[in-house]
Design a protein around this ligand. Structure first.
Ligand code: P6P
Length: 336
């Protein structure tokens, strides 16, 4: 029987589940919940300009950032879907000060950390935004979950991924067996395998950083940015500057084409701006699985022991050769 060329997310997960000897389908249920929530958020994002869900919600999150209405909607949609799937005992979200415990699932072993709508400042200007997620497993689910279960190092992630609501809607994720991309076919409302086994080029010609903060950057970062801008045909420089201001969009482009994204420490944000638990760890797992690298500038992102839910870390992430070059210039500057 000749198979159709389409591999849906559902089929792919079932195929992959067969590779895990003790798989009981729990992770599959979590992915189905994430997929459902993403389809709902995608629908709302696509019609945001048509109904009154643009603009600010009049509240702000723990970061002190104004919550856009779609941020709040997306947070509710993802948390409800995860609570409903029956496999998740707790959800950590950028939009909530504290952990959302799911009492009826207190004996379940999975914890999900999410940024329900990253890049939300771009909602009103129709630039790509997205949802970032990480899945962790508790070592001991015989007791009710506690905060420490939600503060695991990124290297203990069971899965991570992102949905990008861009010119098309995609899911890119890993469970530690490489990175695969799925594109939503609106006609059949199925995520279909479109980017199997994604690998990030070891070198690229794109650097992504908000140069508006240049004066506040560490000298090593300033030196690397100058390096990117120098003209040197032998090393394909100057590189191209690309910065959308939406982590998922900047990361996704660099993942497919090669490049480096940097959010360095600044005077305003001495630990950078991006959050470890529900942004940096998820992207770090993906980029490493795709052959890239993710560092805080002083250590591997996935080795950082989180001390609190909304902790920020500086981020140097992308093509391994470019990250190594940036780190070398950072360290050279620190040691001189
Ligand atoms: P800046 C969006 O608000 C976000 O959290 C990331 O998606 C993005 O990479 C970053 O902030 C942009 O920050 O300071 O350059 O505007």
């Amino acid at each position: 029987m000749k198979h159709s060329g389409i591999t849906t997310l559902e089929q792919f997960i079932v195929d992959q589940q067969a590779l895990y000897k003790d798989a009981k389908g729990s992770l599959s249920k979590i992915f189905r919940a994430l997929e459902l929530a993403a389809k709902i958020v995608n629908r709302d994002v696509r019609k945001a300009g048509l109904v009154d869900i643009l603009g600010n919600n009049g509240t702000s999150n723990i970061q002190g950032e104004e919550q856009k209405k779609l941020d709040v909607i997306a947070n509710e949609v993802f948390i409800n879907a995860l609570a409903r799937c029956g496999e998740v005992c707790a959800v950590v979200s950028e939009e909530d000060d504290d952990v959302t415990w799911i009492p009826e699932c207190a004996d379940q072993k999975y914890i999900v950390a999410i940024d329900p709508l990253d890049g939300s400042s771009n909602i009103d200007v129709n630039a790509s935004i997205g949802t970032i997620f990480s899945v962790y497993r508790r070592a001991d689910s015989s007791k009710a979950p506690v905060l420490e279960d939600c503060l695991q190092q990124g290297k203990h992630q069971v899965a991570s991924g992102y949905f990008i609501y861009g010119s098309s809607t995609m899911l890119v994720y890993t469970t530690g067996l490489g990175v695969n991309g799925f594109t939503l076919d609106d006609g059949i409302q199925e995520f279909c395998l479109s980017h199997p086994d994604i690998r990030i080029p070891e070198h690229g010609k794109i650097f992504s950083v908000n140069e508006g903060n240049f004066s506040e950057f560490p000298d090593g970062v300033k030196n690397y940015i100058h390096f990117c801008k120098e003209s040197d045909k032998a090393t394909n420089r100057p590189y191209g500057a690309r910065y959308i201001g939406s982590l998922i969009a900047d990361f996704h482009r660099n993942l497919l084409k090669g490049g480096i994204f940097i959010y360095p420490p600044t005077a305003k944000a001495p630990n950078g701006k991006l959050r470890l638990v529900y942004e940096c760890n998820a992207m770090a797992f993906i980029v490493e699985q795709a052959g890239g690298k993710a560092s805080t500038g002083t250590q591997r992102v996935m080795d950082v022991q989180p001390s609190e839910l909304h902790q920020r870390v500086p981020l140097f992430i992308g093509s391994v050769n470019m990250v190594d070059q940036a780190l070398a210039m950072l360290n050279q500057s620190l040691s001189s």
